[in-house]
Design a protein around this ligand. Structure first.
Ligand SMILES: *Cc1c(COP(=O)(O)O)cnc(C)c1O
Length: 387
């Protein structure tokens, strides 16, 4: 008989071997602020993450309220600065209230777990973020997946579902690996027709899309149309954390029942203070969004002229779908040699055979940065023809 310790060693080694053999082994890169990488991989779309004004606000907040909140929100960790941030986020998205979570992953887990159980029906776009799928599992609810952005498929599934079961339709706002945007008006109508609630995770839309940087849902689609709205703070807003925005009743329900909300320490108050500063900049410097959009237009025009297999995206997420994961790794390695960081995305994050470079653009990129990227991509292409 094998000893239990050996069994565990074998189990870990087997999992590692399977992943390596599939060419899907992942590695972290340790970065220093002195590195001269050109970052086309992150989600800091407005260039706020390294803005010294945010760092300053964070330091001031930490001095005033402490480096940590010291407890969960329901015990003694809910500070004035969290309350002020929740009000600002509710106002930004045109909802009565908002509730802060420590991360977007936890916001999705907590919301789905608090809303759903074995009796509820959950309908998810096939390309939804992992945290949305995991949230339904935590709730013990089974998720039906509809074809990506396919309202007819969704309507069919809804029509087949029993009338007495509460239904929740869940979708990313901007799809994180594809960059395309959910059809919010279409989803709203379909949900209304079938008496379902709609939950949108606008992690990549908030700060970028919408007339006020209020995202693809925002004030244009109120809480009657989209009752459950999730936004994250670690992407365009440059800090960390997340929120759910909606009716008074929804927010109270989550406060009572969302276990990933109840049983965790509140966000560090400095982070909340930095996020308030980021919201000030979102309002005061709309030119960041203008610059970002101009960069997207230019990148698409020139990458298309090179014949690169661009995905159909108008957002800062601009995937180049190369298909084969070895090919993606070769391109990414070549870009890295030239000082360019670009996400190499493979299964299981995207379906097998759809591996891609996930280029992300930011208002912080200059024209020269884009020149360097486009030249390096042209070079990758050239090397494939004449290695
Ligand atoms: C990044 C992301 C999350 C998770 O947010 P974190 O704050 O990083 O945990 C959730 N949903 C989507 C669509 C995301 O892209």
């Amino acid at each position: 008989m094998t000893a239990p310790a050996d069994r565990w060693a074998r189990r870990l080694a087997d999992a590692a071997e399977t992943r390596r053999a599939a060419g899907l082994w992942r590695r972290r890169l340790t970065l220093s602020p002195d590195d001269v990488w050109l970052d086309f991989a992150g989600n800091d779309y407005l260039g706020l993450a390294r803005d010294p004004r945010l760092a300053e606000a964070q330091a001031t907040g930490a001095r005033r309220f402490g480096a940590g909140a010291g407890a969960s929100h329901l015990v003694s960790g809910h500070l004035e600065v969290h309350e002020a941030l929740e009000r600002r986020l509710a106002a930004l998205t045109g909802r009565p209230r908002a509730l802060l979570f420590s991360t977007g992953y936890m916001a999705n887990l907590g919301t789905l777990q608090a809303l759903c159980d074995r009796e509820t029906r959950v309908f998810q776009d096939r390309l939804n973020h992992a945290s949305l799928l995991d949230g339904a599992r935590l709730a013990g609810a089974s998720s039906r997946r509809f074809h990506h952005r396919d309202l007819e498929d969704l309507a069919c599934l809804l029509a087949r579902s029993p009338d007495d079961a509460p239904s929740l339709v869940v979708s990313d706002g901007v799809f994180s690996m594809d960059g395309d945007v959910a059809d919010i008006p279409g989803l709203t109508t379909t949900c209304r027709d079938h008496g379902a609630w709609l939950m949108i995770d606008d992690a990549h839309g908030l700060g970028v899309l919408g007339a006020h940087g209020d995202g693809c849902v925002g004030r244009a689609h109120g809480p009657d149309a989209v009752p459950v709205l999730v936004g994250t703070l670690g992407k365009a807003l440059g800090t960390a954390g997340a929120f759910v925005a909606g009716s008074e009743a929804l927010i109270e329900h989550l406060t009572q029942f969302a276990r990933p909300y109840v049983y965790t320490t509140a966000q560090p108050p400095g982070v909340a203070a930095a996020t308030l500063a980021a919201l000030d900049l979102l309002e005061a410097e709309p030119e960041r969004r203008t610059r970002l959009m101009a960069g997207i237009t230019r990148f698409r025009r020139e990458a298309d002229a090179l014949g690169l297999p661009l995905a159909d995206s108008t957002t800062p997420i601009q995937p180049i779908v190369l298909g084969d994961s070895d090919r993606v790794m070769r391109w990414a390695a070549h870009l890295a040699q030239r000082g360019l960081m670009v996400g190499a995305i493979r299964a299981p994050t995207v379906p097998r055979g759809e591996a891609r470079l996930r280029v992300t653009l930011s208002a912080a990129h200059t024209d020269t940065d884009l020149n360097v990227l486009l030249e390096a991509l042209a070079d990758c292409q050239h090397r494939e023809v004449s290695p």
